[in-house]
Ligand binder design. Structure first.
Ligand code: HEM
Ligand code: HEM
Length: 178
């Protein structure tokens, strides 16, 4: 992260965009580590540790994607031009998934009637669990995990695309996000 220019320019992404991009990539790596360990080593000590962070880290990702969308919109006309219409579509898909996945989980969390305090910050007070809201729970149960795995595949595809550009000599693609 060499340049200290905050906003984006047609030549490169600014500091805020780069911090949001690499910061979210690191937090998502943690989040997917938690789900992969949960699936492979359920109920072990390492699972209890990582899975215990999943909801709070997911709520943090919700906050980060909201900030990132606002920042992207504010910088829309200044950003480096898209490499291709494929890359525009790919980035939009990533944005939609990064927004929908935690949103759906938070809706399910609310519908369960259970209180929710990510990192100790009271976000949902909870209510009588006998009044839980079934459609909210069904929405989460049907789509949260499914879309979560879809994001993992899409992110791996994104990384492969960047690598492909790098190897065929389009190094500017990585340079402008570094
Ligand atoms: C971008 C953020 C998130 C990602 C990428 C993500 C990803 C995932 C994935 C891939 C699974 C499926 C695991 C499996 O197949 O067993 C899962 C499960 C789960 N997640 Fe998340 N999650 C995120 C945010 C959240 C949030 C904010 C909450 C709660 C407030 C949450 C609660 C859960 C719960 C309770 C499960 C187990 C039930 C289920 O499979 O739906 N997640 N998550
Ligand atoms: C090793 C990991 C990663 C590398 C090397 C990487 C690299 C890059 C590069 C070079 C760009 C600029 C592309 C261009 O200007 O056309 C970019 C943009 C982007 N990347 Fe990644 N990326 C990584 C991980 C991720 C992850 C995990 C996500 C989200 C799931 C993500 C989402 C995006 C999005 C949405 C953009 C569009 C610009 C923005 O709004 O931030 N990237 N990435």
């Amino acid at each position: 992260m060499s340049s200290t220019q905050l906003c984006d320019s047609p030549e490169r992404y600014g500091l805020v965009s780069r911090l949001l991009h690499w910061g979210m990539a690191a937090v998502l790596l943690w989040q997917f580590t938690s789900v992969v360990i949960h699936v492979l080593f359920e109920k072990t000590a390492i699972d209890k540790f990582f899975w215990g962070t999943h909801k709070s880290v997911g709520a943090l990702l919700m906050l980060l994607i909201l900030l990132r969308v606002l920042w992207a919109l504010a910088n829309l006309r200044k950003r480096p031009p898209a490499v291709s219409s494929w890359s525009i579509t790919g980035h939009i898909v990533l944005y939609i998934l990064m927004f929908a996945i935690p949103l759906i989980a938070l809706i399910r969390q609310y519908g369960s009637g259970k209180a929710f305090s990510p990192f100790g910050v009271s976000l949902m007070q909870g209510f009588d669990e006998s009044n839980k809201i079934e459609w909210m729970i069904d929405l989460g149960s049907n789509f949260h995990g499914l879309l979560g795995w879809t994001l993992l595949v899409a992110a791996l595809g994104h990384i492969a695309a960047v690598l492909w550009h790098y190897l065929r000599g389009d190094r500017y693609v990585l340079e402008r996000m570094k």
